[in-house]
Design a protein around this ligand. Structure first.
Ligand SMILES: [Zn+2]
Ligand SMILES: [Zn+2]
Length: 337
């Protein structure tokens, strides 16, 4: 198969990824092989490729194929898989497999399973023409969903959905979002569906325009966003997907007493005033059940990932664009193009 391979982590400008030929994967017990139609390019991929997450054990090995928001058609089915067939369209999210029997797996919090494997981080991912996947973690794609638009649902979509589930905003409540990109632009759509009044803090003019297009009030991160948020009234909740300590501190300050800050990136928290009973809660991808709900929402036309597509051999260029803040919402690699 053709694949984009990370040989050794390093700055994207130094060429840590390259195109390579790897042996085709074979479907073992409970597994499938997917011919990749589309794979989203995630900031997490960039973090792994540049070595930001070596301290967290990511990547688990090299050379590794990155990519964890994957859509394609099944071309091989392993033993003991009788609910999927060759030709079916499926999507695979970062949660490549889980143990299935720990307290988290048994309570619908599969993403917290200590034995989980992560697509493109602890096993090969979707920057390739073929992907080996766990059948129980492959999600049949509803008819009518375009492969390219569906791919980002499997990371930004599920991540935004889980983050929003921790806020559950009442109609008319005020929500601040820090970071408008792949995940953020789907948070904005879910927040609009919930009837929340959303203030979107972003840095680039392109992201501020996208936020406005999606019904949010844009707040320039470079111009004292806390002042703008305070002027709008205390926020009931804030969601942070901007990888910035400062954004997190601003979010904690912006929420009202008793308010909630949902954090979806690595950041240093600093002081939290205990006497205001603010909550800071982490969020990471989401469960299989939530993935189904996201696909249903997309199939009903209620959310839609905004995408730009590139062939597989432009992965390094796309990652560079992402690093420079020049991807509007989501870049998607299309191996067959
Ligand atoms: Zn991702
Ligand atoms: Zn488990």
């Amino acid at each position: 198969m053709h694949a984009v391979v990370l040989a050794a982590p390093g700055p994207i400008e130094t060429g840590p990824v390259h195109l390579a030929e790897l042996p085709d994967p074979q479907a073992g017990l409970g597994q499938i092989v997917v011919e990749v139609a589309a794979c989203g390019v995630c900031r997490s991929n960039l973090h792994m490729i540049e070595g930001d997450w070596v301290g967290y054990g990511v990547p688990a090995f090299t050379p590794i194929v990155p990519g964890h928001e994957v859509v394609g058609r099944i071309v091989a089915v392993g033993s003991e898989v009788d609910w999927l067939r060759s030709g079916d369209r499926v999507g695979v999210q970062p949660l490549w497999s889980t143990c299935g029997h720990c307290r988290f797996c048994l309570t619908g919090h599969d993403q917290l399973c200590p034995a989980k494997q992560i697509t493109g981080e602890t096993v090969h991912g979707g920057y390739a023409s073929l992907l080996l996947a766990t059948a129980a973690h492959a999600h049949p794609l509803p008819d009518g969903l375009d492969a390219v638009e569906a791919a980002p649902l499997f990371c930004p979509g599920i991540t935004a959905y889980n983050a929003m589930s921790k806020v559950a905003p009442a109609p008319g409540s005020k929500l601040a979002l820090f970071g408008v990109g792949g995940v953020g632009h789907l948070v904005l759509q879910l927040a609009a569906l919930a009837g929340a009044e959303v203030y979107a803090v972003a840095r680039s003019s392109e992201h501020l325009a996208l936020a406005e297009e999606l019904g949010a009030r844009p707040v320039d991160a470079g111009r004292d966003p806390l002042k703008a948020l305070t002027a709008a009234g205390a926020m009931d909740a804030a969601i942070v997907f901007a990888p910035s300590d400062r954004a997190l501190h601003q979010a904690v300050s912006a929420v009202r007493p008793g308010g909630t800050v949902v954090l979806g990136v690595h950041a240093q928290l600093g002081e939290v005033p205990f006497d205001q009973e603010k909550r800071v809660v982490g969020t990471v991808i989401g469960s299989r059940q939530q993935m189904r709900e996201v696909l249903d929402l997309a199939a009903a036309g209620k959310i839609r990932a905004h995408t730009e597509t590139y062939p597989l051999d432009q992965a390094a260029e796309v990652l560079t664009r992402l690093k420079q803040g020049r991807v509007r919402a989501r870049a998607v690699l299309v191996p067959g193009s």
